[in-house]
Design a protein around this ligand. Sequence first.
Ligand code: HAM
Length: 428
Amino acid sequence: MSEFNAVKGTKDFYGQEAFALREIENIFRASASLFGYEEMETPILENYALFARGAGEGSDVVRKEMYDFNDKGGRRLALRPEFTAGILRAIVTNKLYANPDLPLRYFYSGPAFRYERPQLGRYREFHQFGIEAVGVNDPLLDVETLMVALTAFSLLKFPSLKVKINSLGDEKTRTSYRDALRKYYADKLDVVCEDCKERFRLNPLRMLDCKVESDHLLSLDAPKLSDYLSEESKARFEKTKAYLDEFGIAYEVDTSLVRGLDYYTEFIYEIHAFSPSGKDYGALGGGGHYDGLLKEVGGPDYSGVGFAVGEERILSLLDEFGLRKNEPIVDVILLPIGEEALPYAQKLANEVRLLGYAVETPLKSMKINAAFKKAERKGASLAILFGEEEIKEGKLQIKDLAKAEQKEIMRENLAQTLDEFFQKEEEE
Ligand code: HAM
């Protein structure tokens, strides 16, 4: 393996694919903005301890998947494996919790890093978009976050989503459930995998989503969390479901849903989709409510709720559904006929740009057929042709490339002609 290969599990994005990834992000940003969320950008680098405490020492993300290292000053740092802990840290660092307008509502996006086995929809560096709403404990706010995600998916015209929900209950629920799990697994520790032995010690809840087949089978007979929900948590979950019903959000209660990070309490959810060819890219996004996290990172005892989606997974599915649109690289292509027309072409190019239309600087005069082929590759919908004669007479030939219709216009009518053409194109 050459040291100049891309790092395993990373991916280069360029051209149309980079554009499509940005488009996904833009649509999620637009959705979050519609709900009154503001942007927050936090560092990729954080102290290791933040994630160990935040995401939970019992989670695979912290135990096995963190890119952590000592910097040259001996500080133990990590590349963020997720955003939530960093966002809450920033809320504390900047004392944003001292705000009359709670909840705080923030959205964020950028790369995250997990040392996972690369496979379909799973990278070591990937992009997330997410939101956090912090400072108010209300099932309505929990549901709001799910609505932000679903609004974005509907703006993306995404077909066939499945929302899975569950309740992890409050602290009381979790303590009694953990005890029940420890009791169930106590005499089975010699048959579970090495990881599960450690999970048993750190957080037995994590044993339920072990990927080892025999452990998975064991988990099927384990006590069910739903049987241990406290009365308060049960009532809260009922209220959450009533809101979902009221807003017409379809969902499936999946009592085996636990999520991969330790901070969740009460309502959790995941958004799944199946591709037309039946490929499973895993969850497109997930999130839920958390109670002790802000306090854990040094803030007041406020609850929060949020979700994150994986942008690469959404992109792959949009591709499979044929929903990804190619974006034109230029709107207009200029065809100077003959070398003498080149200087004129430069001036015209600047004029077209100032009118708001994208056009490349023509560097040489091209043969007409080659130029039209290039126009197609670049996604241009209009060509402007001119040679010595047009320049002398102050005229331009305008060609609608899709319809193969050409007409002559006076140069002073260029702005009007372009505006009319592109307005009509937008309407069609
Ligand atoms: P998560 O479920 O760990 O949640 O990740 C959210 C999404 O990121 C996943 O559903 C998936 O689409 C994507 N993702 C995760 N790992 C990878 C990977 N290795 N390669 C590609 N995509 C991946 C969180 O990160 C929580 N912070 C969400 C949250 C926010 N909960 C409350 N607030």
